[in-house]
Write a protein that binds this ligand. Structure first.
Ligand SMILES: [Zn+2]
Length: 289
């Protein structure tokens, strides 16, 4: 089985807001966008990835990337070994689920196109992958991604085991041939549903070994499949309401994350790689059959 570590690099404790397309940092009453915790968390995670020699996939919200660069971070250098992918322009609520104002095709197109342009300018790299804010996509978003030349989306969550073995699939449900690299969901030892987003660790609700157990279990179900982990860098230092974690919790979060990276490296029969790398190899193999 293959494992990908992906980061959604977006504003601290971001939240969709009624009446506007873009997201704000919580508490939204302040009307602010903050990236302090994101910056700290991203620096730490990139250090850990280096330490464990892991290539990851970085889904950058374009606005956050701009703010981090303006804040003195050398993102192109820090991201060199990783895949650069897109996580929208300003964390738009495309479907209008919270904003109450679903976006028209034209404005979705403008915002994703602009996001891509900003990321290409900063990183001078090709952008192939997309993850939607709140992992919410629909037919319009998928069509736009296809038109803008994206190769894959990674927003859907699918249950591992019941007919899905972690393989890429075309988004036929949206009349599209865009490939999907879905996020897995699965059951913990007690049968409770779990996702591969690590937020539950950072909120003190789960421990690292539960994720390692999940990978070991998935290894047999998803033999040539991909198990995608996802992390919000800010979540190491603030909770989803925007409150700073105490020193102890922040230290625990880092330890938990480091344990995941170090244990993943030791599990037999898994290979950690970037999402684009996995997809390319998979497509090649499919072509040769
Ligand atoms: Zn996000």
């Amino acid at each position: 089985m293959y494992v990908a570590i992906s980061l959604d690099i977006d504003p601290d404790a971001n939240s969709a807001v009624e009446g506007r397309h873009d997201a704000l940092s919580s508490p939204i009453e302040y009307g602010e966008i903050r990236v302090d915790a994101c910056k700290k968390g991203l620096q730490k995670i990139l250090e850990l990835l280096e330490k464990y020699d892991i290539d990851a996939t970085l889904f950058y919200e374009a606005r956050t990337a701009q703010m981090l660069v303006a804040d003195g971070m050398d993102l192109p250098k820090l991201s060199e070994r990783h895949e650069i992918a897109c996580h929208s322009l300003k964390h738009e609520d495309f479907l209008g689920k919270v904003s109450g104002i679903p976006m028209e095709k034209k404005s979705i197109e403008e915002s994703i196109d602009k996001a891509k342009e900003i990321l290409v300018k900063i990183f001078e790299r090709e952008i192939k992958g997309f993850r939607a804010p709140y992992t919410r996509i629909n037919r319009t978003v998928v069509k736009v991604l296809e038109q803008l030349g994206f190769q894959y989306d990674s927003s859907e969550t699918v249950t591992l085991g019941t007919g899905w073995a972690g393989k890429p699939y075309p988004l036929e449900a949206f009349d599209s041939s865009l490939m999907e690299l879905a996020l897995p969901s699965f059951r913990d030892a007690k049968g409770k549903k779990m996702s591969s987003y690590l937020w539950a660790i950072f909120e003190g609700r789960r421990i690292f070994s539960e994720y390692i157990d999940a990978v070991v279990q998935a290894r047999d179900i998803a033999k040539q499949g991909l198990f995608v982990f996802s992390i919000h860098p800010w979540h190491l230092y603030v909770d989803c309401r925007g409150n700073q974690f105490g020193k102890n919790q922040a230290r625990k979060n880092l330890e938990n994350l480091e344990s995941i990276f170090s244990q993943l490296k030791q599990i037999l029969g898994i290979h950690i790689l970037r999402q684009n790398e996995y997809l390319e190899a998979w497509l090649e193999e499919k072509d040769s059959n």
